[in-house]
Ligand binder design. Structure first.
Ligand code: ADP
Ligand code: ZN
Length: 527
């Protein structure tokens, strides 16, 4: 090895600290490079998925450099635990946030001034107080680590206005190393972080978000419980898994149904008594093959290596949510499955929920864009892993070979004419009917409702008789997913501005064949 002598010495010192304090033998992946950079006085941006090992990237350099490592974190609820854990390892750690009494604050401040701290966790609003900054002006500081750095960005899903005040760090302490860490950063968020913390010239350590052992699959929702059972029976009988549902009610129903079908399953949601929740969690951690059916409340901080599948019976809210939830599968690196079903009703529901929320316009726009990204992923006809990773700013050079679209490529077919039929059915019926009624009109079903509304006399009536109901529902779902139709009150669909180009024939539309292909199917409406 031809590394310069100085860096070898540093590396040895870092490894010694790692071994002595944490008992670990080696750094993981890019940790060693990050520690070397920051311990040597440099700035850095660290992008690493959750569980990747971000903490050591600032903890080790804080111990190697003179002075205290100041960690800015918005997660006040976690600070005490983090500090307790570090103290148990013999590290002189403390925190400053609004949960401390005045005496508590004074005690930490004087330890800081005496130079008796290795690590200080501080909430952003506390750091920005003139009083805290005055103290930091006078205390020796080893480095500033800004954890959850994506909070600086309005584009991010946890925007915190205080984080924008962190531009005080480069202005006021230009010579103290700054380290920004996050597990979620698309291009815009990353640009915001670099800007606020002035990390323009700093090295960026980007760990891959790819989880090659997870097989990603998304299917059209037909009979979700039966689809789930078939999936478990065919591929994951006796395996530990997590099934996510949106509502507490569907959590309980699904768990009960799985039990009657001989699958060892328990329900978990925030509405259950704590005793029941704890026992579900304990069982999940300790038993080999338990399936937990849960709302998103389940999973935070659960580190079980051999979860073999994560199933979604309802759409997550964003790509970030999907990535985090599916990421609980296969931590041991063995083959695992991320499986999801979704249907027209889901798309309509989430779109409507979003449109009717009273969040500020700005926030709604960001959320809508995030949902669009997820729906694009769901409707993808190309490698899912490529779509997923590109959302996180990472390019996978070739299709992965381990997702449903790679393993079983859907054909894409021009559906412009059918889309025109569907859009004109929507418009001619007044932009207010749901998919079931529209399908009746398109297929020429003269139901009582169709007749009483006079819709059997429309020129669009029966123009789509050549296709079956499932075809039209699949097509309508894709039109909603892709933003040509908007969802309003009572599942009503209306044409958006985007639809015009298709209606005028200025734009063509290619859609996935598999969801369009007529198959022998029972009449099932995915409500
Ligand atoms: P993140 O903050 O990125 O979510 P953490 O810093 O909490 O991740 O680390 C996740 C887990 O990995 C922790 O249990 C941590 O102790 C462990 N870990 C991190 N780095 C190493 C390492 N070099 N050797 C062994 N375990 C490690
Ligand atoms: Zn693929």
């Amino acid at each position: 090895m031809s590394a310069p002598a100085a860096s070898t010495t540093h590396d040895t010192a870092a490894l010694n600290v790692l071994k002595r304090v944490w008992g670990y033998d080696a750094f993981r992946g890019v940790q060693a490079d990050i520690v070397r950079t920051v311990a040597g006085g440099g700035n850095a941006l660290v992008l690493m998925p959750t569980g990747g090992g971000k903490s050591l990237c600032y903890q080790v350099p804080s111990l190697l450099r003179p002075g205290v490592g100041v960690i800015v974190s918005p997660l006040i609820a976690l600070m005490k635990d983090q500090v307790d854990t570090l103290r148990a390892l013999g590290v002189r750690a403390a925190f400053l946030n609004s949960t401390l009494s005045l005496d508590g604050v004074r005690e930490v401040e004087s330890a800081l001034m005496r130079g008796d701290l290795d690590l200080l966790y501080v909430a952003p609003e506390r750091l920005l107080l003139p009083r805290t900054l005055d103290l930091l002006d006078r205390a020796p500081v080893a480095l500033f680590a800004v954890d959850e750095a994506h909070c600086v960005s309005q584009w991010g899903h946890d925007f915190r206005p205080e984080y924008q005040g962190l531009n005080v760090l480069p202005d006021r302490y230009p010579h103290i190393p700054r380290l920004a860490l996050t597990a979620t950063a698309d291009d815009r968020t990353r640009a915001d972080i670099l800007n606020v913390l002035q990390l323009g010239g700093a090295p960026q350590f980007i760990s891959s978000f790819d989880r090659p052992n997870i097989q990603y699959r998304v299917a059209n929702k037909e009979g979700p419980k039966t689809q789930l059972l078939d999936f478990i029976n065919a591929e994951h009988r006796g395996d530990a898994g997590i099934v996510y549902c949106l509502s507490r009610k569907s959590v309980e129903e699904t768990a009960r149904w799985l039990q009657t079908q001989g699958v060892d399953a328990v329900a978990y949601h925030a509405g259950l008594p704590p005793r029941e929740r704890n026992s579900a969690q304990e069982r999940f951690l300790n038993e080999e093959g338990l399936v937990v059916v849960a709302t998103v409340a389940f999973g935070m901080g659960i580190d079980k290596p051999n979860v073999r599948f994560v199933a979604h019976l309802d759409l997550p809210k964003s790509m970030e949510g999907y990535y985090q939830e599916t990421g609980r599968a296969g931590r041991d690196g063995l083959p695992s499955t991320a499986w999801m079903v979704y249907g027209l009703a889901d798309v309509v529901n989430v779109r409507r929920m979003l449109a009717s929320s009273d969040a500020p316009e700005e926030v709604k726009r960001v959320e809508a864009a995030k949902l669009d990204a997820l729906l694009t992923y769901c409707e993808a006809a190309t490698c899912r892993r490529q779509v997923l990773l590109s959302y996180f700013g990472e390019e996978l050079p070739a299709p992965c070979g381990n997702c449903d679209t790679c393993l079983n490529p859907p054909s894409v077919r021009d559906a412009t004419r059918e889309a025109q039929m569907a859009l004109s059915a929507v418009i001619r019926t007044g932009n207010r009917f749901g998919a079931a009624h529209l399908t009746d009109v398109l297929m020429g079903h003269a139901t009582e409702r169709v007749v009483s509304l006079g819709h059997h006399q429309l020129p669009t009536f029966a123009v789509g008789a050549a296709h079956d109901e499932k075809y039209w529902r699949g097509l309508l779902r894709q039109l909603v997913s892709l933003g040509y139709l908007a969802a309003g009150e009572h599942h009503g669909l209306s044409a958006t501005g985007k639809a015009r180009a298709i209606l005028k024939g200025e734009q063509t539309l290619a859609l996935r064949e598999d969801t369009l292909a007529p198959r022998p199917s029972k009449r099932d409406r995915d409500r």
